[in-house]
Design a binder for this molecule. Structure first.
Ligand code: SF4
Length: 238
C-alpha cells in the first residue's frame, strides 16, 4: 500500500505537542476560500508515493530530534484512512505519539479504526454558522459537528483550530457561538487561533483558480487578541 503524499516537514512545531514529523497528504474534498494549500486538493497530483513502512523509516532517522511524534495533515489526511491506519499501527507499536489534523468531514468505519490508534485530533471547525460554513468550505458543517460528537463520546483528546479571516470568520456573534459550542466538551484540551495570511496567493495563481480572498487583509495581532479574549470568556484554554 502506498500513500499519496504532498510533502514532509521534519521538525514541525505547530501541529501537536513537541517537535514533530509532519506528513502532508494529498487530496481534500473541501474547497476553503482561504485554503493555504490548494495544491493538495487533488489526490492524484501527489509528488511522492510511499508505504507506511517507508514513512516510519523516514521518521526513525530523525526521531531523536522530532521527539513529539508524527502528525498527518492537510489536504484531508482521512481521505486516505487505510494508509493512515497502517502507518499509525506501526507508530503505536513503537510507542510513538500520533496526531491527525482534520476538518472532520469523514466519519466511517475506517476512520473510526484510525482514531483508535490516534493520540490527539487537531480538529478544524472553520465556522459555527452552517450557511457561512458552506460558503466558506463548500461542505456541510454538520459532518464536522458529528465528528466532534464522536470524539467526545469516545473521550479522544482534541485541540480545536480556528482560522481567523477578516470579514469571513471574525464576526463577534459567531465567535461567541463558536466558543460556546466548543466549551461544552471536556475532551477539548486547547484551542489554536490561526491568523489568516496571504502567503499562499501564488499557489492559487499557479493553479489558475480564482482566489476570492485576494483583497482580504491578513488578520492582525489585535484581531487575534480580540477573538482570543472572547474564547477565554467561555473557559477555553488558548
Ligand atoms: S480543509 Fe484544508 S486543505 Fe482542504 S480546502 Fe480547507 S484549508 Fe484547504
Amino acid at each position: 500500500m502506498q500513500g499519496n503524499i504532498h510533502s514532509f516537514e521534519t521538525f514541525g512545531t505547530k501541529d501537536g505537542p513537541g517537535i514533530r514529523f509532519v506528513l502532508f497528504l494529498q487530496g481534500c474534498p473541501l474547497r476553503c476560500l482561504y485554503c493555504h494549500n490548494p495544491d493538495t486538493w487533488l489526490k492524484d497530483d501527489a509528488k511522492y508515493h510511499h508505504s507506511p513502512q517507508e514513512i516510519y523509516h523516514e521518521y526513525d532517522r530523525i526521531k531523536n530530534v522530532a521527539r513529539g511524534g508524527v502528525t498527518v495533515s492537510c489536504g484531508e489526511p482521512l481521505m486516505q484512512a487505510e494508509f493512515v491506519l497502517e502507518l499509525f499501527k506501526i507508530l503505536k507499536t513503537n510507542n510513538i505519539h500520533t496526531a491527525v489534523d482534520t476538518s472532520g468531514i469523514f466519519l466511517n468505519d475506517k476512520v473510526k479504526q484510525v482514531l483508535e490508534f490516534t493520540d490527539l485530533v487537531l480538529l478544524d471547525i472553520k465556522h459555527i454558522n452552517p450557511d457561512k460554513y458552506l460558503k466558506l468550505t463548500n461542505a456541510p458543517l454538520q459532518a464536522t459537528l458529528d465528528f466532534m460528537t464522536y470524539l467526545a463520546e469516545t473521550g479522544k483528546k482534541v485541540w480545536l483550530r480556528y482560522v481567523l479571516v477578516p470579514g469571513y470568520t471574525d464576526d463577534e456573534t459567531d465567535l461567541h457561538h463558536w466558543a460556546q459550542y466548543a466549551s461544552q466538551f471536556s475532551n477539548v484540551e486547547r484551542v489554536d487561533l490561526l491568523p489568516f495570511h496571504q502567503m499562499a496567493t501564488h499557489k492559487w495563481e499557479n493553479m489558475e483558480v480564482t482566489y476570492k480572498l485576494k483583497a482580504v487583509p491578513p488578520a492582525q495581532k489585535a484581531d487575534v487578541e480580540r477573538a482570543e479574549n472572547i474564547f477565554r470568556l467561555y473557559g477555553l484554554n488558548i
